[in-house]
Design a protein around this ligand. Structure first.
Ligand SMILES: [Zn+2]
Length: 290
């Protein structure tokens, strides 16, 4: 079992190699992924096993090349890996700083649409404390980015806290908000199993654009006009906003270090999350490492 206390001063990796298979939500392709322990300061890197050259992609905000429906990162040679946010979220929630991820296709498997399968996978082993201090990115100034009626903000705070609000023109979702502090392992119980969601009315449009080809009721909550189409219903009454928090935790982990700050999201998503990090790193006075 992974130690989820927040008093982790040293960098962590996984103790043993792990592997997992699944299909890509958007590509519909079968993918197999292997996770390996990595040394201190290695960070999080994806290795595209199906490519022979220049196949290493660092999981960093500056490598984000697409934020349409999911987060994609690419290296200088154009090798990319998409839908990384749920895996990144699990790594953040479990405080894994260093890990090498080998993947044999262009998209991280969607599993059940949440990050719980990644959490359970990593929970099969233990974490290994490395002989080097963790660096934490402390937010020093208020940073806000907006797009139409959506916004995201980071504010100085003494821990990582999240406040998220969504509003959709569907009576099954309407307005939802959720506030939480990520402490004492509550990521696993409160966030990890919240699934991604989509609207039945959008499915045809997505498919005709070559998206959501692997999507099904096994890996997403599908919202119909008058009911949730999944036979088991929702996992949380406010599963939708919890999933937006899950996504934000994953996107923010592309900062390259855990963030100490207060994150506020309002009807936002992958695009604004990345813009927020770009804005944060645009001025060295905005942050410090502690
Ligand atoms: Zn998501």
């Amino acid at each position: 079992m992974i130690d989820l206390s927040n008093k982790l001063n040293s960098q962590q990796t996984i103790a043993k190699p792990l592997s997992i298979n699944g299909i890509g939500l958007h590509s519909g392709l079968d993918v197999s992924m292997k996770l390996y322990p990595a040394e201190a300061d290695y960070g999080i890197k994806f290795i595209r096993e199906d490519l022979t050259n220049n196949n290493i992609i660092e999981a960093l905000w500056s490598n984000v090349t697409n934020t349409k429906l999911s987060t994609t990162i690419s290296n200088q040679s154009g090798a990319s890996v998409s839908t990384i946010e749920h895996l990144m979220s699990a790594l953040s929630g479990l405080h894994i700083d260093n890990i090498k991820i080998e993947i044999d296709g262009p998209e991280v498997p969607i599993m059940d649409g949440s990050s719980i399968k990644f959490v359970d996978l990593i929970d099969q082993t233990s974490t290994l404390s490395l002989n080097k201090r963790r660096k934490i990115l402390k937010v020093k100034k208020n940073i806000k980015v907006e797009n139409h009626d959506s916004s995201v903000e980071l504010k100085p705070n003494n821990q990582f806290s999240i406040d998220f609000e969504i509003e959709f023109p569907s009576k099954l979702i309407s307005k939802q908000s959720c506030q939480l502090q990520l402490v004492n392992g509550n990521y696993k119980t409160d966030i990890a199993s919240a699934r991604t969601f989509g609207f039945e009315r959008d499915v045809e449009m997505l498919r005709s654009n070559g998206l959501a080809l692997g999507g099904s009721l096994d890996n997403a909550v599908v919202v119909g006009e008058s009911k949730i189409l999944n036979s088991d219903g929702l996992r949380f009454k406010d599963e939708f906003v919890r999933h937006k928090i899950l996504d934000s935790i994953g996107d923010l982990y592309l900062a390259g270090a855990p963030i100490q700050g207060y994150f506020l999201g309002n009807k936002s998503g992958h695009y604004l999350n990345n813009l927020l990090l770009r804005s944060l790193f645009s001025d060295k006075n905005n942050y410090e490492y502690i």
